[in-house]
Design a protein around this ligand. Structure first.
Ligand code: GLN
Length: 540
């Protein structure tokens, strides 16, 4: 029987699907809608369902799906979760990202335990039931008025089918006032005929209809303004109200999208359909204030981002966004120069890095490009250029310092050189017996106590912080005294196990390396203090 009103919980479920092509920005639309609802005082969270078979993206090369985002509870997740946190300023968790691999793993484990009592285990109902359970999990906590579930992939893909079927069932079970489907498509412009084309949208909606889902709202990505006539046509052929045809035109920054969606009344349309109060306006004043600073900077600085995945900017998206947030606080546009660490060597590093106001050495794994990263740290140190080393970036700075200031010519990390006589970066004790790759790093939030008077302490303005990790190697405390004597100090230490979290050079203008990932915690309304101070130092 259909639930007339949602008796068990008042949570409303909004599903966001995509059609025509991938990369239309479902994550940004989901995050923008969530922002509008949040700015009206509603409690919202966003979840991403990914139709691939990896249990999580932790083992994926960044070239595959971009950055792996880490939540505070230590889940390795899709980069869209980063957008959710940056827009909403609220933490997500493992429950916010589920892959097909994880769904199957759960079902197969249950089967092995004998939970299915001799039944044949099938995609329908067992896989779809597990998908539905994962969707409802966030709602069952009663912490949210809305759970927005973004379905990865494009409708029509074989992999997406169980998800679409689960959405169909949930819609049927919970009814139209508790569920809503937003379908995002593309309206291409054909320059030869100077026309915007709606046929791909019509076809994509047909695919959804074949799978038993009538979308309630259509969001159309477009390069040009859509006329009312075109909107009417889409409404008529796709069976939705005129107000439910929403335009999402290209903009220069993703942070403008909530404002655009507000103009298009996406929030009002959604609230009306779900029978929720839609009076008044969302309070977007702080958001608009950020946008104003971001779009009208007083200064520009060139900061180099040295990494080995620079061909694909998505691989460093949280870092890129952190520079936008921290830049706005400083009224500064950070002109990020992506520098491939494999392009830097002894013969050219001065030329390549010349003129940069700041240098960030990026996180990473393995030895490809490591020498370029070490040279970048050396150049920043020797030339008093503000430096931020993130995870592997810190480790490179430590190796460089050991080689040139401690005279340990062969110092290295045992990740790159297992036989180094001076393993200044070494495998963490609890990693030594670990052979499996998936989900086995030091992951998620750990506490760190800061030393008063240091640059790190000045940036944060507090004694104890908590930051997110994703690594196997650490600073080797055996060498700490020698480092401190030579002028590189530990300014942040994990109070529980003594692991070094932050190293810095007090005599340098601003040289800070962190074992954690500050970029995962920066968001639009709460930019990260280390990025703020790093940019500030680069401007002055
Ligand atoms: N490869 C390094 C380690 O595992 C650094 C990891 C990172 O930069 N996230 O310790």
């Amino acid at each position: 029987m259909k639930w007339k009103s949602n008796m068990q919980s008042s949570t409303k479920y909004i599903f966001v699907t995509g059609g025509v092509t991938s990369s239309l920005g479902k994550g940004i639309i989901s995050a923008s809608l969530a922002k509008l609802l949040q700015a009206r005082g509603y409690r919202v969270t966003i979840q991403k369902l990914d139709p691939y078979i990896n249990v999580d993206p932790g083992t994926l090369n960044p070239y595959e799906h971009g950055e792996c985002y880490v939540t505070q509870d230590g889940a390795e997740t899709d980069l869209d979760l980063g957008h959710y946190e940056r827009f909403l300023g609220m933490p997500t968790s493992q429950a916010n990202n589920v892959t097909t691999g994880r769904i199957y793993q759960t079902v197969i484990n249950k089967e092995r335990r004998g939970d299915y009592l001799g039944k044949t285990v099938q995609v329908i109902p067992h896989i779809t039931d597990e998908i539905k359970r994962r969707i409802k999990l966030l709602g069952s906590r009663r912490e949210f008025d809305f759970v927005i579930t973004e379905i990865g992939g494009t409708v029509g893909d074989i992999e997406s089918l169980p998800y679409i079927e689960s959405v169909r069932q949930l819609k049927w079970e919970m009814g139209d006032t508790n569920t809503l489907v937003i379908h995002l498509t593309l309206v291409p412009y054909l320059s030869a005929s100077r026309e915007l084309k709606t046929k791909p949208t019509q076809h994509s909606v047909k695919v959804l209809l074949e799978n038993g889902i009538q979308p309630n709202v259509l969001v159309l990505r477009t390069e040009r303004e859509l006329s009312n006539e075109l909107r009417k046509k889409v409404a008529l052929f796709c069976n939705v109200d005129f107000e439910s045809v929403i335009q999402s035109i290209d903009v220069s920054t993703i942070y403008e999208v909530p404002i655009l969606m507000q103009k298009e009344k996406l929030d009002i349309t959604v609230l009306k359909k779900l029978g929720m109060n839609y009076e008044g306006q969302p309070d977007l004043a702080p958001w608009k204030n950020f946008l104003k600073r971001f779009q009208h900077p007083k200064y520009t600085v060139n900061i180099g981002l040295v990494g080995k995945y620079v061909e694909l900017p998505d691989a460093y998206i949280s870092i890129t966004e952190s520079f936008k947030h921290g830049g706005a606080v400083n009224n500064c546009h950070v002109n990020l120069k992506f520098i491939h660490s494999e392009d830097i060597d002894e013969s050219n590093y001065r030329d390549v890095l010349k003129g940069l106001a700041g240098i960030l050495v990026a996180p990473g794994f393995g030895d490809r490009g490591i020498d370029g990263k070490i040279l970048a740290a050396q150049y920043a140190r020797e030339n008093n250029i503000p430096f931020l080393g993130v995870c592997l970036g810190l480790q490179c700075a430590v190796i460089e310092f050991a080689r040139h200031k401690l005279g340990l010519k062969k110092a290295h990390s045992t990740e790159m050189s297992i036989k180094t006589p001076d393993p200044v970066i070494d495998l963490m004790e609890d990693q030594k017996g670990v052979t499996e790759k998936g989900g086995t790093m030091r992951l998620g939030s750990y506490p760190c106590v800061l030393t008063e008077g240091t640059k790190a302490f000045k940036a944060y303005g507090v004694n104890e912080i908590s930051e997110r990790h994703r690594h196997r190697y650490e600073f080797n405390n055996h060498y700490l005294k020698d480092f401190e004597k030579a002028g590189m100090i530990a300014s942040g230490i994990n109070p529980d196990n003594g692991l070094v979290e932050i190293m810095e050079i007090p005599s340098h203008k601003w040289f800070v390396g962190v074992q954690f990932h500050p970029e995962y915690r920066s968001n639009v309304l709460k930019p990260h203090p280390l990025f703020i101070d790093f940019i500030k130092a680069s401007i002055s």
